[in-house]
Design a protein around this ligand. Structure first.
Ligand SMILES: [Zn+2]
Length: 146
């Protein structure tokens, strides 16, 4: 393919200039608007945010307060949750953190909020772009290689 505008041989792209579509080279295409049907403007951001679930920090207080409010003995509450009394006591004292699965189970059976969702920024925001100039490489070098 050669450029309709300057005749330069190489890769061209459909470019619309004043209502006429040309096959234009890289430099001429900047004179018009991209008319290529292939180009679909897509945001790099996927729209999927990574949410991470965590057991709340005050799980022990929540559990103990709940039990005391309901006047349950540790054994009664442990049975209700289907866990050993010793485990419940460890949760209440804060010496053991319930797993996410356990916390969810407690949450649904006792209706106390034990799991929080933490939103992580999309990974793209933290990726660093390596500077090509640090390697003695410029965009101009890349273009000349074509
Ligand atoms: Zn051209």
């Amino acid at each position: 393919m050669s450029c309709d505008l300057c005749g330069k041989k190489g890769s061209t792209r459909k470019t619309r200039i004043e209502g006429v579509t040309y096959d234009a080279c890289e430099s001429c295409s900047s004179l018009g608007v991209d008319a290529s049907p292939m180009v679909v403007k897509k945001k790099t951001f996927s729209g999927m945010r990574d949410t991470q679930e965590q057991v709340v920090e005050n799980y022990s207080t929540l559990l103990r307060t709940y039990r005391e409010n309901k006047s349950f003995t540790p054994k009664q509450l442990a049975m209700r949750l289907g866990v050993k009394e010793s485990i419940l006591l460890r949760w209440e004292s804060g010496s053991q953190v319930p797993t996410l699965q356990e916390a969810k189970k407690i949450e649904s059976s006792l209706r106390i909020p034990l799991v929080v969702k933490q939103e992580n920024a999309p990974p793209g925001e933290y990726t660093t772009v390596e500077s090509t100039s640090s390697q003695g490489f410029t965009i101009g070098d890349l273009l000349r290689k074509k």
